[in-house]
Design a binder for this molecule. Sequence first.
Ligand code: CDP
Ligand code: MG
Length: 148
Amino acid sequence: MPVSRTFVMVKPDGVRRGLVGAIVGRLEAKGLCLRAMKLVSVSSAMAARHYEEHRGKPYYPELVQFITAGPALAMVWEGREAVAVVRALMGATDPAKAAPGTIRGDWALSITENLVHGSDGEESARREMEIYFSPAELSAGPGSTASA
Ligand code: CDP
Ligand code: MG
């Protein structure tokens, strides 16, 4: 499996609770490489694009309200099987069922306010990165000749 990239977000609950450093630290310690990062106020339009596959679900209004309610940290991480590796580090969607040792398993309990988002595949990773980052932001980083 070649090196891949995934889109990761520390959701507003993680920023509010001061868990940015702890969450980023786990991804770094695993050996993943940080390629892009910024604090964003997610607009209703961005939330609708990000969570389009969930439109119509009973939890959708609460999810959009939550994700737009405060600053979130948008990131791109790279590494061997990055999509699957980040999903494993996050733990199950429902933190009550997430294994201890995972981000959600250790630090969350609410299904909606479950601290992190990670893309569920290569295609969604590409799609989600483009919601939050410009092409220039996505090409910057280690190995790049681009200047800020
Ligand atoms: O985030 P993940 O890919 O693990 O789960 P998802 O099924 O793609 O759901 C996206 C997000 O919707 C979750 O992370 C929760 O924040 C929220 N959600 C919820 O509030 N209630 C549910 N029953 C399922 C998901
Ligand atoms: Mg998902």
